[in-house]
Ligand binder design. Structure first.
Ligand code: NAD
Length: 342
């Protein structure tokens, strides 16, 4: 298969190239993100491979379809950037449903622990021979309540980590797993009772701005908010207001609502044009990482294996186990037991 690989970084080549060679796929790496301007580059390729910040809307899908693309291979789990309705019956879409949920859960824990004990500030201070600990005080997490939104693969591992720290855990999920010992509660009780709130649900129209002025006003004054899921779960302006008024004690963010233009890029010589991101970065009690939750060697290996395997399954007309479509779960052909969704 000929693959147009968008938004590629040096580490993508390292992990993808050996497997592409093994599976006899031919890859062309593009540094550009996929969008309406760059979709034309995919003409003549059967597959495009995209990541979290590529744009796969109706216009892009039409352009890819015109250029002969038959498969969109997401090298990630989340798919909020894809217009599945537009893709239906035109281009098949596969993803990597799970690679290393532990990687993301551990990163959420790293954000929580660092933010609480101000490790990000201590690191900068001691490098400058400033050994003062003024302003670096945290709290014992032992005995505090962690509120987990979304108890899927990542949320559950994060729950176990919190329990290992001696925390009490409560959770909200519209599809609770009653076969576990997870203590479920309604979302407002979670907002009201939690000392730490960690988001592990997908971004959907229902979850967009789940953290907003109203939910923030319900939270405990010393709450820490951790988001390793998708930036759109948080209304950034409302979070900034809550941080400024000290209604929220801190935020650890691996994702940001408008991250597409910034995350994964080295902009250290630029003036940041996004005032909200710049404001967030100015708070001492905000710790931002650049969507690196997934970034472990185990996860990269798994992403490469599943992505190249998905493409090979498509090429060989095998069962497309990781295909998703607009009609999945109701009337698509795969739901009816066939190899593909349409
Ligand atoms: P998952 O599908 O296993 O679990 C998601 C859970 O969220 C499910 O249990 C689902 O029922 C629940 N959910 C759905 N709607 C909800 C709602 N309205 N409120 C609360 N819960 C709801 O997914 P996962 O593998 O655990 O991944 C979770 C999220 O993590 C993904 O959606 C993705 O956005 C994000 N993610 C981030 C990174 C990163 O690098 N930072 C990497 C992978 C995934």
């Amino acid at each position: 298969m000929r693959i147009a690989f968008f938004d590629s970084k040096p580490y993508d080549k390292t992990w993808m190239e050996p497997l592409a060679e093994e599976y006899s796929h031919e890859i062309k790496f593009f540094d550009y993100k996929l969008n309406a301007d760059t979709a034309v580059l995919a003409a003549g390729f059967e597959t495009v491979c995209v990541f979290v910040n590529d744009t796969v809307d109706a216009d892009v899908i039409d352009a890819l379809h015109r250029g002969g693309v038959k498969l969109i291979a997401l090298r990630c789990a989340g798919y909020n950037n894809v217009d599945f309705k537009a893709a239906y019956r035109k281009i098949h879409v596969v993803r990597v449903p799970s690679y290393s949920p532990a990687a993301v859960a551990e990163h959420a824990a790293a954000l929580m622990l660092s933010l609480n004990r101000r490790i990000h500030r201590a690191y900068v201070r001691t490098r400058d021979n400033n050994f003062s600990i003024n302003g670096l005080m945290g709290v014992d997490l032992n005995g505090k309540t962690a509120g987990i939104v979304g108890t899927g693969k990542i949320g559950r591992i994060f729950i176990d980590i919190c329990k290992g720290l001696g925390m009490k855990v409560i959770a909200y999920d519209p599809y609770p797993d009653n076969g576990t010992d997870i203590e479920y509660t309604d979302i407002n009780s979670l907002f009201e009772k939690s000392d730490i709130i960690s988001l592990h649900c997908p971004l959907t129209p229902e979850t967009r701005h789940l953290i907003n002025a109203d939910s923030l006003s319900r939270m405990r004054p010393n709450v820490l908010i951790i988001n390793t899921s998708r930036g759109g779960l948080i209304d950034t302006r409302a979070l900034i207001d809550a941080l400024r008024s000290r209604a929220v004690a801190g935020a650890g963010l691996d994702v940001y609502e408008e991250e597409e233009e910034y995350f994964f890029e080295d902009l250290s010589n630029e003036i940041l044009p996004d005032d909200e991101l710049a404001r967030l970065l100015s708070f001492p009690n905000v710790l931002i990482t650049s969507h690196q939750g997934f970034f472990t060697s185990e996860a990269m290996q798994a992403i490469a294996e599943v992505t190249m395997g998905n493409i090979r399954a498509f090429e060989r007309d095998e069962i497309l186990a990781n295909e998703i479509c607009y009609m999945c779960g109701s009337t698509c052909r795969k739901t009816a037991g066939e190899k593909r969704c349409f």
